[in-house]
Design a protein around this ligand. Structure first.
Ligand SMILES: [Zn+2]
Length: 321
């Protein structure tokens, strides 16, 4: 297959910082917003350069606002990547927010991200795949071209159970998070890009994080990293089945990365006790390169705006809910 006839796949990275992992885990000190950007950002930019990838980084407003982070965030756009909005406070239950609260979150993050990177975000991904109809309407009002907050999987309730088990949250905190990672019905959502119909002629393109067609089980990098720790061959087989099913069902691919997929406890010693952080950066980088080589064989890898440009003429419209 020649280079031009390959379908597109977009790559994005949710730039969750050290504090947001600590917050999710219920660790003290997260509210001082400790950062690992000084280590992680130069590390990931070098890997992406080596692989000749230009991707979309979803940035949290709270990080963009901090003076000491701006030098690292600026590197992202300087090196040819684009930025998206990942909310201001990274709270994974945006569906419980009022319209005013959501508006505040989006605008504050957008302003801070533009100031730190020189680029205004055009796309949004909710933390923990959370979103609401009000949120989509606000994105549309503010000129966003896509939302990327949905993860069509049946595994949400299971992931939530696991998360509660592994954290030290109080009963109240668990209640606030009772819809974390979504309901079982999330699994029924489409994997292909479509427009949310917001009424009065308003619409916004949804680019779901791709899960395995038919089975609706995730295969973003965190899952592949987990599998590769059991067996490298199993990980490759799983990814090949996922890619094969995407091609068979003509599902365009949106592939998601997280910082801890690419660095280990050897570099980020503050999070060395976290699941999967016993694997070193070198090994994680090798697995990532293997994954990218498989994706490159099947797809032309682009950022989310280029992906949007290609798929923006899809006719499918869906009612949010
Ligand atoms: Zn996140």
């Amino acid at each position: 297959m020649s280079k031009n006839t390959k379908p597109l796949a977009c790559i994005s990275l949710d730039l969750d910082n050290q504090w947001s992992y600590m917050k999710i885990h219920g660790d003290e000190g997260w509210d001082k917003y400790p950062s690992y950007f000084d280590i992680f950002i130069p590390h990931v930019l070098d890997i992406l350069d080596e692989l000749e990838l230009r991707i979309t980084f979803f940035i949290v407003g709270r990080d963009a606002e901090k003076e000491e982070n701006s030098k690292y965030l600026q590197m992202i756009t300087d090196r040819g990547h684009e930025v998206g909005n990942h909310s201001f406070n990274h709270e994974s239950w945006l569906q419980t927010y009022s319209k005013e609260e959501i508006e505040k979150e989006i605008i504050a993050a957008e302003k801070a991200i533009e100031k730190a990177t020189g680029m205004r975000p055009k796309g949004f991904r909710g933390p923990g795949f959370s979103w609401s109809i009000d949120l989509l309407k606000i994105l549309h009002e503010r000129g966003y071209i896509f939302d990327a907050s949905t993860l069509p999987t049946y595994l949400g309730p299971l992931a939530r159970k696991y998360y509660f088990m592994k954290s030290d949250l109080s009963k109240e905190e668990k209640k606030a998070r009772s819809e974390l990672f979504g309901k079982f019905s999330e699994g029924c959502r489409s994997l292909k890009p479509y427009y949310w119909d917001l009424g009065e002629g308003r619409k916004i393109l949804e680019i779901p994080v791709t899960t395995m067609p038919v089975f609706k089980i995730p295969f973003h990098l965190s899952y592949l990293m987990y599998l590769s720790n059991i067996s490298r061959g199993l990980m490759i087989l799983y990814l090949q089945i996922a890619v094969g099913l995407c091609k068979l069902t003509r599902t365009p691919l949106s592939f998601l990365l997280h910082p801890l997929d690419l660095v280990g406890g050897d570099q980020i010693t503050q999070l060395a006790f976290f699941p999967g952080m016993n694997i070193g950066s070198k090994r994680k980088t090798e697995v990532f390169k293997k994954v990218i080589s498989i994706l490159k064989r099947n797809y032309r890898l682009v950022n989310m705006t280029e992906f949007y440009e290609y798929y923006k003429n899809v006719p499918a419209m869906k009612q949010p809910g």
